[in-house]
Design a protein around this ligand. Structure first.
Ligand SMILES: [Zn+2]
Length: 446
């Protein structure tokens, strides 16, 4: 890539060459993009040409000035002086035309430099080694990002390199010569570019370079692919009523969802979309210092509301239950979880069913008057409920304040549709969603 100094110097020299070619300064300026570089015949003695990378996009002054940038070494001393201003303008007005032809390198300017006795100081330069011009990077992970390594090669005298993203945002300020290596996560996909600016010890900008590259978003084909991109350990399974059913094989976003107090992942089939809900809920859980969630039976394809010998959990081969006006249990869709235990990394177990852990208060305004009365363990458990409520992660949350059937767990679901509206299922006249005001009376399993 072109150096700042070279840009100035070489265009100056170009002016002189232009004179030779019966051109003029003003023409140089008008004609943008430094037409400059036309005649390789003039390249006698050329030793320059660090850049000559014609590409560069040309969408701004720097890009435009890249074409035909070769061949400026040695010119500085000879010709820089009086035409410096003109040179700068010529460079910044550089436009699209790539007439410059991409730097044959080492002509005119060098000749001038030579003619003037070669008194010019060595040209400052900075060149990208990584990424390569036009390189493509694929984002991975969740949230998706591409880790892009930056490295440059600089001329002597450059002791500090600043990398700037498109609009000038400082990405990194590096002094780790010689490569000034830096790796940066790019979260926004698209055509991206970065400029490297090389400074000397006194903080004077000596050279710049620009590199264009592409950041590609992950190619995802539905929820299951998203889980893979998120790094969720899972296997697919089949379960009646559950869309894209999966079973977790390990921790989810740093939280283990287990059955009861087991050490293994819950065996419940979970709708793929609900795994993403639980991912977000894991952040809520971790915020209170827990790393493990002990659930009760969260999946059961049956009617509302309570499990019984006749209202049992249907398997794939069982006939469809006749639920009548009661409808199905929200546990039928793999989009519900019943939380009983919250467990810390040191093994401390907090139990919703323990009345000294989750302290009921005699009303159902759980996240209003209820939480206001809590302290200690109970406050932490209330916060889990009320933070999830604030973030509208679920459609329904029922706590021990709701009814006796929920004394031993927190019921949380996103309903049959799986769309977390933040409203209570079935009754949400004004979306003034509150915990424990749903009509979803349900408890889970035998
Ligand atoms: Zn439940």
């Amino acid at each position: 890539m072109r150096s700042w100094a070279a840009r100035h110097a070489s265009v100056c020299s170009v002016v002189l060459v232009s004179l030779v070619l019966a051109s003029s300064c003003s023409m140089e300026e008008e004609s943008s993009s430094a037409i400059v570089i036309t005649s390789p015949k003039n390249s006698a003695g050329g030793s320059g040409g660090v850049s000559g990378k014609g590409g560069g996009g040309g969408s701004d002054g720097q890009g435009g000035s890249q074409p035909g940038s070769g061949g400026s070494a040695g010119s500085a001393g000879g010709s820089a002086g009086s035409t410096g201003t003109t040179a700068g303008q010529g460079g910044s007005s550089g436009g699209m035309s790539n007439q410059g032809g991409g730097g044959e390198g080492g002509f005119a300017g060098s000749a001038q430099g030579g003619a003037s006795g070669g008194v010019g100081a060595p040209e400052a330069s900075i060149v990208f080694l990584s990424p390569q011009e036009g390189q493509i990077f694929q984002q991975v992970g969740f949230p998706a990002e591409a880790l892009i390594p930056f490295e440059v090669q600089v001329s002597q005298g450059i002791t500090r390199v600043q990398y700037r993203i498109e609009n000038g945002e400082l990405m990194a300020d590096k002094t780790n010569a010689p490569s000034f290596a830096h790796t940066h996560p790019f979260k926004i996909a698209g055509q991206r570019w970065v400029e490297a600016q090389g400074f000397d010890g006194a903080g004077t900008l000596l050279a710049t370079a620009k590199v264009n590259f592409t950041v590609q978003a992950p190619i995802l084909n539905g929820c299951l692919d998203e889980l893979k991109a998120m790094g969720v350990p899972f296997v697919t399974t089949q379960a009646k009523g559950v869309v894209d059913a999966v079973k977790l094989q390990g921790p989810l976003n740093g939280v283990f969802y287990t059955s009861g107090l087991k050490e293994t992942p819950t065996n419940d089939p979970i709708a793929c979309e609900f795994v993403k809900t639980l991912w977000a809920f894991a952040d809520v859980v971790k915020a209170q210092g827990y790393v493990r969630v002990g659930t009760l039976g969260s999946y059961c394809y049956r009617c509302c509301c309570a499990w019984s010998q006749t209202n049992y959990c249907r398997g794939p081969d069982d006939p469809e239950p006749d639920c009548g006006s009661k409808g199905y249990s929200n546990h039928s869709w793999g989009r519900a979880v019943d939380v009983r235990y919250l467990i810390k990394a040191d093994g401390t177990i907090h139990d919703i069913n323990n009345p000294t852990h989750f302290v009921t208060y005699g009303g159902t305004d759980t996240c209003g008057a209820g939480i206001a009365q809590q302290s200690g363990i109970s406050l932490a458990l209330y916060k889990i409920v009320c933070d999830a409520h604030k973030q509208k992660l679920f459609n329904t949350i029922l706590t021990p304040n709701y009814n006796a059937a929920h004394r031993n767990h927190l019921h949380m679901d996103t309903g049959k549709s799986g769309v977390a509206t933040g409203a209570v299922a079935k009754i949400a006249p004004d979306f003034s969603w509150q915990v424990d005001t749903g009509d979803h009376e349900d408890h889970c399993g035998p």
